[in-house]
Structures are given as structure tokens and as C-alpha cells.
Design a binder for this molecule. Structure first.
Ligand code: SAM
Length: 359
């Protein structure tokens, strides 16, 4: 397998992978899942061993940061054991987790002891009743307590708030206070037209510029510069009178496609090169094919990265919630061609070898 770093046709270095370990979740966030959502059957979900193999390919291609997400990663049996093996096997890769934090309490000491020290926790409201209305579960107190526990254990905690007009705009003072009192990065993410919940509309987007204006009315902030600035897409602000920082991520009003360095792996082994594209590359059949396997997956990842789109047109093409990007996918032509060619070569080689054996 090749050692040359992964680069796309526009010269962007791809060094970050988001890996979904399950599509299942114990919450039912209204904007994320639809009521009649069907889950992926178990045999189709990548086994942990397969994910480790794919991580190995990523690492050999220069991926140096991998974030595990879901669904909710901690609902998958054995997730903490898997994280520990991943941390042991890839000490040079920064491993992170995104979680709703409802189930992490028993795992916090192990997380802190493992190489996985960065935990992103999603929390869209500080009001227990509203939490239940948004997520369908009465688990606000567990999440809030687990944020404190994670911070106390020394984990590097980011709290992600999906900024939704008419839903949590009124809670800005509470969120700013949370960042004042805890040493966390509290980051607002503009509501994006993605997900199977399709609650999105232009009016439901609380724009980054309005979030920043609101924050500035409540606190003295200063943009974080130089080394302390995160590598990611968030614009970060130090709070003059606080322990934490505020961040704003604006995928809707100011996309960061030009610096996008990401690939996404779905729990059933589809590779996506852009969150806002339905184009996928199906790695699982190749990975599980006895004559193809990892060398061919490596080639497909390279070919897919070449095709990574330069941008998306969220603002232009999504006048209403009707066009939300969902889990539906469209297999890519290049992947289909590669698989067919690879299968043909593998089968021909097999026949040739058996002829040589008989000769
Ligand atoms: N269960 C985990 C969690 O809650 O963090 C990981 C999966 S969850 C889908 C990942 C993140 O995507 C969460 O922070 C969630 O709020 C965010 N998200 C989901 N739909 C979104 C949307 N339409 N716009 C912005 N963020 C969204």
C-alpha cells in the first residue's frame, strides 16, 4: 500500500477522518432523526476489526486525526474496549469522540487514562424540559453532570450547541455563563440542512454573525490567535472573565470548503468525501471480498479523495427544508468502475494461477 499522503485534485491535504461506529442512538433529536427511521441491519455494520483495518489505511495515507461518532457511539457494545485498542494501535493518531454524554459516566476514568482525551459533547439546551422536547428523553441532568465529571477527570471537553432560531436563541446568557464557569470550549454550530428529521428551514438558522453579536453584548471576548487557535473550522474567542472559550462554526453562512481536510466513514462502510453530497464509495464489499481486501480499499480511498468536491451550494440550492441532505446515498461511478475492474483482474489472476499449478 502506498505511503504518499492523501491529497485531492485541488491540492487539499486530507488528514482527518470521521468514523461513525453505529447509526443507532438512544436519543431521538427532532432535527436529526425521523420517527420512522429504519436502522441498518447488524451484519452490514462494520466490525471493530474492520474499522481498525480501515484506520490503518488512513494512517498510512497520512490521516493524523480520527473522530468517532454515530448515532451515539457509546450505545454500541464494546465501544470503550475498541477505543482503547485503537489508541494502543495508533499512538500517532489523535483520537476524539463525539457523544451525547448520556452514557459516558462509567467510562470517564478509562477515557481519561486512554489516549482519547478529547471529547465533544452535544447539548442544545440548558433547560431540562426543553431537552426532553428536543431529544425525546428526560436525560438533561445526566448530561450536565457528566460534563462536570469529564472536566474534573481532566478531559479536554468541547460542548457543541446546534444554534437554532426560535429554539435556543433565548438561552445565550446561560451558555455564555457555562463557558465562564467551566474550562471548556463552548461552540455554537449553525443549523445545517442535514439529517432525517428535516426540521430545517432558512428561518431556523441562527446565523453566526448574530450569535457573535449576542455574545459580545454579554461578555468581553477576544479572538484566539496563533498557536492556541484550533485546527478546526471554529472561530474561537477567549472570554476575558471566564475559564472557558466560545466558538462559532458557520457551515451555512460561511463555508470552509477550501480548507476541508475530511473524509467520512459511515457505520456500514460507505466513504463520503463531503457532508453535503450524497455520493458514496462502498468500501465494505471490497474490504470483505476475499480477492480484493485492503489493497483495493486503499486505491478506492485515493480515487475518492481525488473526486472530493471543492464546495457545496447550501445557500443557493436549499430554499426550504425540503432539500435536506439525508442518509440516502448515490454510489459513485468511479468506485463502481474500480470494483468491476479489480474483480475482473483478481478473477483472471486466480484462473491463471490455477492453470500454472496444473501445468
Ligand atoms: N450522538 C452523538 C452526539 O450527540 O454528539 C454523535 C452524533 S450527532 C449526529 C453529531 C452532532 O451533529 C451533534 O452535535 C448534533 O447536534 C449535530 N447535528 C445533527 N444534525 C445537525 C444539523 N442539522 N445541524 C447542525 N448540527 C447537527
Amino acid at each position: 500500500m502506498s505511503e504518499a499522503p492523501l491529497t485531492d485534485q485541488y491540492g487539499r491535504r486530507v488528514s482527518y477522518m470521521r468514523v461513525s461506529v453505529t447509526d443507532r442512538c438512544n436519543l431521538r433529536c427532532r432535527y436529526c432523526v425521523s420517527q420512522d427511521m429504519e436502522f441498518i441491519p447488524h451484519p452490514t455494520i462494520l466490525r471493530y476489526e474492520e474499522i481498525l483495518d480501515l484506520m490503518g489505511i488512513g494512517a498510512s495515507l497520512g490521516v493524523d486525526k480520527i473522530r468517532f461518532t454515530g448515532g451515539e457511539p457509546f450505545v454500541r457494545k464494546g465501544f470503550m474496549d475498541f477505543l482503547e485498542s485503537a489508541a494502543e494501535r495508533f499512538p500517532g493518531v489523535e483520537l476524539c469522540v463525539t457523544t451525547n454524554a448520556t452514557l459516558i459516566e462509567p467510562f470517564i476514568p478509562r477515557l481519561a487514562a486512554s489516549g482519547v482525551r478529547r471529547v465533544n459533547i452535544s447539548l442544545d439546551t440548558l433547560d431540562p424540559d426543553k431537552f426532553e422536547r428536543i431529544t425525546g428523553r428526560p436525560l438533561f441532568r445526566e448530561v450536565r453532570a457528566n460534563i462536570d465529571r469529564a472536566v474534573e477527570a481532566g478531559l479536554n471537553v468541547k460542548v457543541n450547541v446546534v444554534a437554532m432560531g426560535g429554539v435556543n436563541q433565548d438561552e445565550l446568557p446561560g451558555f455564555v455563563d457555562l463557558a465562564r464557569t467551566l474550562p471548556i470550549d463552548l461552540r455554537f454550530i449553525e443549523f445545517m440542512p442535514i439529517g432525517d428529521g428535516t426540521r430545517w428551514s432558512r428561518d431556523s438558522v441562527w446565523l453566526a454573525k448574530d450569535i457573535l453579536a449576542g455574545v459580545c453584548e454579554l461578555a468581553e471576548v477576544e479572538p484566539v490567535k496563533g498557536e492556541k487557535r484550533n485546527r478546526g473550522p471554529a472561530r474561537m474567542y477567549d472570554l476575558r472573565d471566564g475559564k472557558g472559550r466560545i466558538g462559532i462554526i458557520s457551515p451555512y453562512s460561511n463555508h470552509f470548503c477550501a480548507s476541508c481536510n475530511r473524509l467520512r466513514l459511515t457505520s456500514d462502510g460507505n466513504l463520503r468525501t463531503c457532508l453535503f453530497s450524497d455520493r458514496v464509495y462502498r468500501l465494505r464489499p471490497v474490504l470483505r471480498h476475499p480477492a480484493l481486501g485492503l489493497p483495493f480499499v486503499d486505491r478506492i480511498i485515493r480515487a475518492a479523495t481525488q473526486e472530493k468536491p471543492m464546495g457545496h451550494k447550501l445557500l443557493e440550492s436549499m430554499p426550504s427544508g425540503a432539500g435536506c441532505v439525508t442518509r440516502a446515498c448515490r454510489p459513485s461511478a468511479v468506485e463502481q468502475r474500480l470494483i468491476i475492474i479489480a474483480c475482473f483482474i483478481a478473477e483472471t489472476l486466480k484462473i491463471l494461477l490455477s492453470c500454472l499449478d496444473q501445468a
